[in-house]
Design a protein around this ligand. Structure first.
Ligand code: URA
Ligand code: SF4
Length: 188
């Protein structure tokens, strides 16, 4: 691995200006949580609150994520939460392919340190990056895919749920699948 320690990785990310997203950011949002977590949540990229605080999922979408974690008996400290890109895309636009490409090595290194059992992709962009293909969330949410030692589960982005609460019930059902999958893998 390129990085001996996660601290070394952290330091590199915190001084990164490899892509244009470095130009307008206030903070770099590395990610946070339990470095030994069984579940890694991967969002898209920092929003306004995250950009201000340097922490992932601390705005309205983060509140909903915390609440859904609570449904399955977890706190955010129990899991790890990161994003595909570490700097905020201006106006919350989608991170562009070249920006994702530029940043993805950091996420890969995070995965290698954390070695989660389950990777939960929050939203279409994250799922697309992690599974390496287009993902249709309506059809694929809550469906586990085994890739190497990980089980990957896509679900709705919490920000999308705030816009369209119709899917919240499905998302909460996905969290039950997430909990059951982790338990299965822990018992295996
Ligand atoms: N949305 C994301 O995708 N990531 C965050 O950290 C916050 C909101
Ligand atoms: Fe570097 Fe990623 Fe930020 Fe781009 S988004 S500047 S690659 S940390």
């Amino acid at each position: 691995m390129r990085y001996q320690t996660i601290k070394e990785l952290y330091n590199e990310v915190m001084s990164c200006s490899k892509c244009r997203l470095s130009q307008n950011r206030k903070s770099i949002v590395f990610g946070e949580g339990n470095i030994h977590a069984d579940i890694l949540f991967i969002g898209e990229g920092p929003g306004a609150r995250e950009d201000e605080t340097g922490r992932p999922f601390v705005g309205p979408a983060g509140k909903l994520l915390d609440n859904m974690l609570g449904d399955i008996g977890l706190k955010r400290e129990d899991v790890y939460i990161a994003n595909v890109v570490k700097c905020r895309p201006p106006g919350n636009r989608d991170p562009q392919p070249d920006e994702r490409e530029c940043c993805i090595g950091y996420l890969r290194a995070q995965v290698a340190f954390i070695k989660p059992k389950v990777i939960v992709c929050l939203g279409r962009i994250s799922a697309g990056v992690i599974l390496g293909r287009e993902v249709r969330m309506m059809r694929e949410h809550g469906t586990p895919t085994r890739v190497k030692n990980f089980t990957i589960i896509p679900t709705f982005h919490p920000a999308a749920l705030l816009h369209n609460p119709d899917h919240e019930k499905d998302a909460r059902a996905d969290f039950q699948i997430i909990a059951a999958t982790v338990k299965e893998m822990q018992d295996a």
